[in-house]
Design a protein around this ligand. Structure first.
Ligand SMILES: Cc1cc2nc3c(=O)[nH]c(=O)nc-3n(C[C@H](O)[C@H](O)[C@H](O)COP(=O)(O)OP(=O)(O)OC[C@H]3O[C@@H](n4cnc5c(N)ncnc54)[C@H](O)[C@@H]3O)c2cc1C
Length: 445
């Protein structure tokens, strides 16, 4: 580790870098730029050779919980300068639209990955201390005699192999993390009974753009995310019972699905501006985010149901939590294991409660009793909607949200009964699609 002028560094004996990060996408680049700015020497490795590579299957709705990280890292301004939108979220359920009173703290960010990924990578690459090594694939881990991870064996562009030794190795290599697999970290996989299709459309933006809209038609799901370039990313995540119709003609099925939503967006007036792509298997992966000498961030630590639009934000946030935790250890001020344990606890405190609820909803089930109570109250009561938005933007977890949401929702219902307003209750749409066994993964263009 070096001071911020990169002169007085200490790197563990035998290590070439303070940190070797595998994966130069949102999580890896954020960790690299934060560690580099703190004076660390960082190798940032990605198997893709182009600095302009980007993740293709993503709706890139970055929740408000990650905005402080974007501000702190200096990413927010370039994202907005590139055309990124600040937007709030409107949610349709059969009780009506949930629209919380405007609170700028709850505005999310949306910029296409095509723009976002190269922008974040460029900022990491220009950070002193960060060496961006593209076109290198992590194939194996180097371990010491005690089983501590001490480096990464990468396959070079010419097919040769090289070991990058680091005091800390970071797996930021996404949901199918090879680093996690090689390290044998404990992993839990759970079913996901929906599939996803989406595409960019020009014109035909939803009402209230740049705000995003989602339709939760219990158990089906559709969304409209206005983004940069005056485009809207229209997405569908139906249960697997609807898969055949989407596989037959993805573009036609996507347009009909959105156009059939209650209070629908004007998708039929829009022009498809990209291929419609799909992800058919989205199994949840929950991994222990640390092992001796190793940390996992982003999807490598937790790849959860994309229906809730949390993965990008959590990639930024988990990278920040890791960097904050390990900087003192990389400077020799404390043992690395102590720092990694602090990161593990921070990760669990921030994300575990959210993740467990998401795992449950990913089964493709219909709303349970508490969801029905909260959604119906949030559609008619601003106080419920406000707490619900703080929770949905992942700024507070279930342990803080539910003790507030449940009494507020009960009170709202009691007031409704007393006033005998009877407003808002509409029959649920007819589509109780039963969940089916998982299909093999494909990405259809
Ligand atoms: C259908 C769908 C919709 C989504 N919509 C949203 C949304 O609206 N909002 C949101 O917040 N999230 C969304 N997500 C989730 C989001 O895309 C991910 O959570 C996010 O990209 C995770 O970032 P990451 O940096 O952890 O990993 P990734 O972006 O997956 O990057 C992993 C990197 O590791 C590299 N890599 C992999 N293996 C190796 C190796 N062996 N050697 C070297 N490099 C390697 C890859 O090339 C890649 O660059 C969605 C996901 C899906 C599937």
């Amino acid at each position: 580790m070096q001071d911020s002028s990169h002169r007085n560094g200490i790197i563990s004996a035998g290590a070439d870098y303070d940190a070797v990060i595998v994966g130069a996408s949102l999580a890896g680049c954020t960790a690299a730029l934060m560690l580099g700015r703190a004076g660390a020497r960082v190798a940032l490795v990605d198997k893709r050779a182009s600095a302009d590579a980007f993740k293709r299957v993503c709706s890139h709705f970055i929740q408000a919980s990650a905005v402080p990280t974007l501000e702190r890292t200096g990413l927010l301004d370039p994202i907005l300068a590139a055309g990124g939108l600040r937007s709030h979220l409107r949610i349709w359920t059969r009780w009506g639209w949930i629209v919380a009173p405007r609170d700028p703290r709850n505005a999310s960010v949306n910029l296409r990955r095509e723009q976002l990924d190269p922008l974040v990578r460029a900022l990491a690459a220009e950070t002193p201390g960060v060496e961006l090594l593209l076109g290198r694939t992590a194939r194996a881990l180097a371990l010491d005699g005690a089983g501590t991870v001490t480096g990464v064996v990468v396959q070079e562009r010419d097919g040769g192999e090289r070991t990058l030794r680091g005091t800390l190795v970071v797996g930021a290599d996404g949901r199918d993390s090879r680093v996690a697999e090689l390290a044998g970290v404990p992993e839990r996989r759970t079913r996901h009974e929906r599939f996803a299709y989406g595409g960019y459309f020009a014109g035909g933006a939803p009402a209230h753009a740049p705000d995003a809209s989602i339709w939760m038609t219990d158990p089906q799901w559709a969304a409209a995310f206005p983004t940069d370039g005056e485009l809207t990313f229209y997405a569908a995540m139906p249960t697997k019972a609807r898969l055949a119709e989407f596989k037959r003609d993805p573009a036609r099925a996507l347009v009909s699905f959105l156009a059939d939503q209650p209070d629908p967006p004007p998708i039929r007036e829009a022009e498809l501006a990209s291929p419609v792509i799909g992800k058919l298997e989205m199994e949840n992966r929950l991994r222990r985010p640390v092992a001796p000498g190793l940390a996992l961030i982003g999807d490598a630590a937790l790849a959860i149901d994309p229906l809730w639009g949390v993965g990008c934000g959590w990639a930024f946030q988990s990278a920040e939590w890791l960097a904050d935790a390990v900087v003192p250890a990389l400077a020799g001020a404390e043992p690395l294991e102590q720092a990694l344990e602090r990161y593990r606890k921070r990760h669990a405190r921030g994300l575990r409660g959210h993740a467990l609820l998401m795992v449950d909803y990913a089964r493709g089930r219909k709303f349970n009793a508490s969801e029905r109570m909260i959604f119906s109250a949030a559609a008619r009561d601003d106080r419920v909607a406000r707490v619900f938005e703080d929770f949905g933007t992942r700024q507070i977890g279930p342990a803080r949200a539910f003790p507030r949401l449940l009494p507020l929702a009960l009170a709202a219902h009691a007031r409704g009964l007393l006033a005998r307003d009877g407003a808002g209750e509409r029959p649920p749409p007819a589509d109780p699609s039963p969940a089916r066994e998982a299909e093999p993964e494909t990405v259809a263009a």
